[in-house]
Design a protein around this ligand. Sequence first.
Ligand code: GAR
Length: 190
Amino acid sequence: MIKIAIFASGSGSNAENIITNFANDKEVCFPYILVNKQDAYVHERAKKLGIPSQTFSKQQLEDGSILKQLQNDGIDFIILAGFLLKIPEAMVEAYPHRIVNIHPALLPKYGGKGMYGHHVHEAVVAAKETESGITIHYVDSHYDHGNTICQAHCPVAPTDTPDDVAANVHKLEYIYFPAAVRQAIANLKK
Ligand code: GAR
C-alpha cells in the first residue's frame, strides 16, 4: 500500500479530484491532507471525503517536524495540490522523486516565488499570451523547477479574463493530474 500525503493551501479542488479518482484503487491510500492555512476551503472538502486534514505552520515545515511526522507515519509519496510554501531541502532529500507539484502555467514561464494561483493567470493575460496550460513536475529545492512529468496546453483568446484562463487551466488539471500521479507512482515500483 502506497501512503500518499497531500499538501494544500487553498480551495483544494485538485486534492478532492485526486482522492476521488483513486477511490477504487486498493494500492494507494491518503492518510491525511496537510494544510498551512486554518481557514482554507480544503478542510471542508476533506471533511466531506472523510479524510483528516491537519493545519500546520510554516515553522513546523521549516524546523523538520512535518518531515518527522511523515516519516513516522510511513508516508511514501507527497502531492502538492495548490500548496504555496517552499518545500525544505531536507524533505526533498528524504523524498527523491517522491514529491510532485502542479503549476498552473507552462513552466519555465510564469513560475517562481509569488507566481501562484490567480497571479499567474493575471500575468498571462497582461502579457497577451495566446496559450497557457499546466506543468506537473517533480519537486526539487527551487520553486517550480524539478523535472517535468507532463505539460498540457490551452488557448488564451484576446477577450479572455484571468478567470477564464483559470477555468480552462483547472479543466486541464482535473484531467492530467491524476494520470501524472499514477505515472509517478508506477515509476516508484521500477
Ligand atoms: C491550482 O490551479 C494549482 O495549479 C495552483 O493553485 C491552484 C489550486 O487550486 N498551484 C500553484 O499556483 C502552485 N504554484 P485548488 O486549491 O482548487 O486545487
